[in-house]
Design a binder for this molecule. Structure first.
Ligand code: FE
Length: 130
């Protein structure tokens, strides 16, 4: 899938979904509706629907953003070096459509030791029973 049409996305996405996924924005901590979500299900890219994360690897990092210690489908995720804001971080985006998701840090729980710190606004949650 190529990058979606910008005008179509401006119409389809909410302001915060657009700012996060298309402009590398970050929602304010503890404001995302999926931050505290503990229901079983899949987390998809809000832009293209690619399966990115699963509820099984979601945990409470107390950071204020949905946090996962692993990805669901490795080939749907791509990482890049992000040197903005005076830091060197590893940015995470959807490999299918380039939608920015968040960052990954090496301070997560076992078994991976990784913390995927993801914006709620870049995710679409699909409960298991749907
Ligand atoms: Fe995507």
């Amino acid at each position: 899938m190529s990058k979606p049409d910008d005008q179509e996305l401006r119409e389809r996405l909410t302001d915060i979904q657009y700012q996060v996924t298309q402009r590398h924005g970050t929602e304010r901590a503890f404001t995302g509706e999926l931050n505290d979500n503990k229901a079983p299900g899949k987390y998809l890219c809000v832009v293209c629907g690619a399966h990115l994360f699963d509820s099984e690897s979601k945990y409470d990092s107390r950071s204020g953003w949905p946090s996962f210690y692993d990805v669901a489908v490795l080939e749907n995720i791509e990482e890049a070096t992000d040197e903005t804001h005076g830091m060197v971080r590893t940015e995470v985006h959807c490999k299918k459509c380039d939608a920015h998701q968040g960052h990954v840090f090496p301070d997560g729980p076992q078994p991976t030791g990784m913390r995927y710190c993801i914006n709620s606004a870049s995710l679409k949650f699909v409960p298991t029973d749907e």
